[in-house]
Design a protein around this ligand. Sequence first.
Ligand code: DX5
Ligand code: ZN
Length: 221
Amino acid sequence: MAHIAPSILSADFTKLGEELRRLSCMGVKYVHIDIMDGNFVPNITFGYNMVSALAPLKGDMIFDVHLMINNPHFYIEQFAKAGSDFITVHIEACEDVPQCLSLIRESGKLAGVSIKPNTAASELAPYLGMFDLCLVMTVEPGFGGQSMIEPCLSKIEEIKSMLRERDLPDILYSVDGGVTLENAAKTAQSGADIIVAGNALYSSADMEKRFAELSEKVKEK
Ligand code: DX5
Ligand code: ZN
């Protein structure tokens, strides 16, 4: 069963505390938190202080922190201390990918890698076994509300087969960008465990109902 991970990038920033409480009541397992630096991507969101302010409200939920920042190694420790559970870095943004991944694991967090739509799955080959999660971007990172680039979904199967070929255990897969009611089932069938949803949830007048509808679509993979 795949899970819908609400992306608070699309939530009302004046009410993030209330939003976390609402997500918790809805039975959300993963909260997706987009960190953007205005450098790796052309947009700025928030930093580790925001994660740390929200952390006391997370209850049983998992903070899935997606770092869209250059030189993430400078900040991994702060994000870990702030209460992140999963920390994902972009291979395109790291000077030294193995170093970043081991910093995340050494901090006791689950280590994720992400690839942009134009980055081939094969670029991950040198790092297999060093990460626990792969976040496949299905839009250009930077903004919510874009349309999904569906061919990117096949990267999950490619990564799974690279891991199988090397006798490495399977990992978690996340899909991020342009998820809608129409493509959610296909996204789950592509092998995603965690399906990020921003606009699809928050553009709905009844977000809780939309979460239930999306969750229903991804129940069986
Ligand atoms: C985009 C972010 C996404 C974003 C997805 O750069 O990484 O997490 O919130 O938003 P939607 O679901 O609106 O495409
Ligand atoms: Zn994201």
